[in-house]
Design a binder for this molecule. Sequence first.
Ligand SMILES: C[S@@+](CC[C@H](N)C(=O)[O-])C[C@H]1O[C@@H](n2cnc3c(N)ncnc32)[C@H](O)[C@@H]1O
Length: 401
Amino acid sequence: MLTSRDNNAVPAAYQGREQAYIKHRLLEAYLEKLCMIVGMSSDGLGITELCYVDCFAGPWLDESEGLGTTSIAISLGILEKCRRGLFDRGKQLHFRALYVENDEKAFGRLERHLKEHTPPGIETKGLRGDFVALRTQILDWCKRGSFAFFFIDPKGWTDVGVDVLKPLLQRAQSEFLITFMYDFANRAVSMQDFQVQISELLGERPKVSGLSPPDREKAVLRTYRRNLEACVYSNTQWPARSAYVRVQDRLKDRTKYHLVYLTGHPLGIVKFMEISEKLDIVQKHTRAVTKQRSQIEKSGQTTLFEAGEFISEDDGRVSGDEVEQYWLSKLSDVRRMFGNTEFAGILEETDWFPGDLQLALGRLMDQGKIVNIDAKGRRKTRFLHYDLGRGERLQLTGGKP
Ligand SMILES: C[S@@+](CC[C@H](N)C(=O)[O-])C[C@H]1O[C@@H](n2cnc3c(N)ncnc32)[C@H](O)[C@@H]1O
């Protein structure tokens, strides 16, 4: 779980690759949430088995014996924590994990780690080879009827093209977390020589000419998400949905990659975005500390100030006015219910954080413009309980009863 402690320190083992720290905190926090939610509803869902698939497992840039800063050790730790947590709550799910790695030396270390560190209640397997060539084997390993979470984290971009991922995306009862190398896409998207590669990656060539850098980023990401979603197993009741976390360069103020998340369940989007919001603060602190350290190293002088003193938690967030206008345009004088499904739709449509949407609602309620029909008494922070029962009803003040 992400806590305020995560704001303060980046473990020494992540120094020089602070982006991996953000990626791993997201993996850890979301995987735990997912396993607990799926596990607790397993009877209703008819699920007896939970699979974690690390499609580009490593180990990568971690020479330690315990592999503590790799997705291998992190995922194993979370799976074991959830298996025990669910067992204590009377749920006996079978946990399995598959780790795919191409490189011979890395695979040797992976196999050794699995042999020595797999917790007793979990079944693990290492699979050596090229992820693309192994897609059918990976799907066979998952077996039918299990719930599967795929972590797809290559170094480059060729293996996360829409068509390459399609066979996996078509699997029912699956969720995906994909590292999308925006650094590459951003540079290549308007270069004539790269149009074939861009089309393979995004599923089509987006129109970006004349767009500002932030709008270009949105357009590229929207294209990729839309084409991935079109491949995800879905039906009218459970349409494919996506969200993302932006991971910035450790020192420069630009996007390095996005972690794109795909699911068929609205609750997944809500939980992912709640975690993403907490992670935004962690990332701001991490980058401030990293920049400060880099400056000290360059100048040879220490500084009197704590890195955290220069962080504005609002940096890069949507303006309050914009969110207020959005709510006003969304509501009318007829009551409208907002539960997890409706709120997930808003998060997907806007890419804003839940907290920004809540604060704008609170201000509009204070101004007497919006009313929450189901709220009993004055609230301080969570002005809409989208996650309680079917949710709550909002309407413009003075509307129909
Ligand atoms: C970015 S690293 C993975 C990091 C790891 N997921 C983590 O978070 O700790 C990518 C890994 O994929 C491996 N790899 C590269 N190409 C591959 C391929 N085609 N199939 C499977 N593994 C591959 C590399 O050897 C490397 O270990």
